[in-house]
Write a protein of this length. Structure first.
Length: 509
């Protein structure tokens, strides 16, 4: 932690956010000799403990803060309903990578030419191509996989494009997962061991959905932020929220922050915004509102084109009781593109959370509030779901990660609602709903007949892998960033979180 007495210093680079994007870039810049300052809104202590009391208003908010999670509400609206809820996202050192299930899969080559992957793109803003190619990304994938210690096996149907090297032996499949792996292979599918970022440590519980106490999970905090601070003199301010940039002559000069209720100004030669796809567009919008010619949102795309993967779970009853405590072991891309249509990846989810979290999200819907006479039915359904599907020790859970398309009406913005921080508009399009049902049909045909389907694709609380709200592209009229992730009309501001994706792909980003 740095002292506020540093406020008059001009840093080489200030990075707002410490997740996978900001953390990785900050580490490499610090290693290259630049003076780097990280700004983190959440807790920067590990394990979760406070050195100073944060001025929260209630115990729930403080608890979420200590867990490395967002603690502020979202106001949700679609064509038929509204809701207020706290998103299950990371906020703290490491960002959402501190909570993730360690899956680090590459995008496929076809993801970089997304429009041709869909039969129906009506009203969608999905581009013909990304401003970069898969081949340009390969050297950086190799470096990232080495840095994060990614291990797994090669995808049998992507050998032409695969340069993947496992950095360590993946953990052997449990008996139940081996049974499922063999079943999929016998059905002429091509499973492989999913690419995970972790270190083998004795009795590792392979945490997902919560902070790792044992140091096995290779998240941005462990791999990048701490080494940047300990080895390369980077510094960090926690409990500090970036509010807006101070712009002069097409250059950012300072970042205005809220540090424990006090306004401070931090100066730098270059700024990197990496707050995530919900908060990055808000910070940039706040900046634009202070300027006469709105240089950032000249295209009108800021905060729009929000995407989040459409998730469907499949509960497979295995004859083997050894499901294991692992989070994820199997992945396959046979349905990634099928019969000329884009669907997505299918991967095992394991027996740990976020299964319990998903169950809660799935049945705590806005129309079943505590004062609703149907709440008793909600509780009965959830009890049965937990006991007979998730509570079955022989159940293996598979997750379909189905790509959704970008639309202008799906967006995030600030709100004047005093109960919420952001306003989220999101509706699943008819075309995307059709693809979800087609994938369910195709996957069920290959799984045992007693497989149960749990469709969360229209659950607005399932904010899986949010992206797209600050897209990059070649044309400043249709994008916020150029191909190098720099804001088109600003000389020294870059964005390096998932908000820059112009399409979401069909796998973990």
């Amino acid at each position: 932690m740095i002292s506020v007495s540093h406020k008059n210093k001009t840093w080489d680079i200030v990075i707002v956010g410490t997740g996978m994007g900001g953390g990785t870039l900050g580490y490499e810049l610090a290693r290259s000799g630049y003076e780097v300052l990280f700004i983190e809104k959440g807790n920067v202590e590990r394990p979760c403990r406070l050195t100073h009391e944060r001025p929260h208003t209630n115990t729930k908010e403080k608890s979420l803060f200590l867990q490395g999670r967002h603690w502020e509400n979202i106001f949700f609206s679609d064509k038929v309903s509204t809701d207020i809820f706290v998103p299950h996202l990371g906020s703290g050192i490491g960002g959402s990578s501190a909570l993730y299930g360690m899956a680090l899969e590459r995008f496929l080559p076809s993801d970089f030419t997304p429009k041709k992957n869909f039969l129906n793109t009506r009203l969608s803003t999905i581009p013909e191509e990304w401003p970069i190619t898969y081949d340009e990304m390969v050297p950086w994938y190799l470096k990232a996989e080495k840095l994060y210690g990614v291990r797994g096996t090669s995808d049998p149907i992507q050998k032409t494009y695969s340069s993947f090297t496992s950095h360590g032996e993946p953990e052997p499949l449990s008996k139940a997962n081996k049974w499922l792996f063999d079943h999929l292979t016998m059905n002429r599918l091509n499973p492989y061991q999913i690419h995970l970022a972790y270190d083998n440590i004795s009795n590792c519980p392979q945490c997902q959905d919560h902070l790792c106490k044992f140091g096995c999970k290779n998240d941005a905090a462990k791999v990048c932020i701490k080494p940047a601070i300990n080895n390369y003199s980077a510094e960090i301010i926690g409990r500090c929220e970036g509010k807006h940039l101070g712009i002069e002559n097409n250059k950012a000069k300072r970042l205005i922050c809220n540090l424990d209720g006090k306004t401070i100004s931090i100066k730098a030669k270059l700024f990197v915004v990496a707050c995530g796809a919900l908060e990055t567009p808000i910070l940039l919008h706040n900046t634009d509102c202070l300027l006469k010619n709105t240089p950032i949102n000249n295209s009108g795309m800021l905060g729009k084109n929000l995407m989040r993967h459409l998730i469907v779970l499949f509960s497979v009853n295995s004859p083997e009781s050894d499901v294991g405590s692992q989070v994820k072991q199997i992945s396959l891309n046979d349905f990634y593109t099928f019969e000329g249509e884009r669907y997505g990846n299918l991967q095992s989810l394991g027996s740990h959370p976020p299964i319990s979290q998903i169950a809660h999200l799935g049945f705590n819907r806005s129309f079943l509030k505590n004062n609703n006479p149907l709440i008793f039915l909600n509780q009965i359904v959830q009890y049965g779901f937990n006991k007979y599907i998730l509570g079955n020790n022989n159940s293996l859970i598979l997750a379909a990660i189905i790509e959704d398309q970008p639309y202008l009406y799906n967006s995030v913005s600030s709100t004047k609602n005093n109960k919420a921080r952001w306003k989220l508009n999101y509706s699943v399009s008819k075309a995307d709903n059709t693809r979800v049902q087609r994938m369910i049909y195709q996957v069920k045909k290959t799984l045992p007949h007693n497989t149960q389907v749990i469709d969360f694709s229209n659950n607005h609380r399932m904010l899986a892998h949010i992206c797209g709200t600050c897209r990059f592209g070649k044309d400043s009229e249709t994008s916020i960033l150029n191909k190098n992730n720099r804001i088109h009309n600003l000389d020294n501001v870059f964005v390096v979180d998932s908000s820059f994706f112009p399409s979401s792909s069909g796998t973990n980003p």
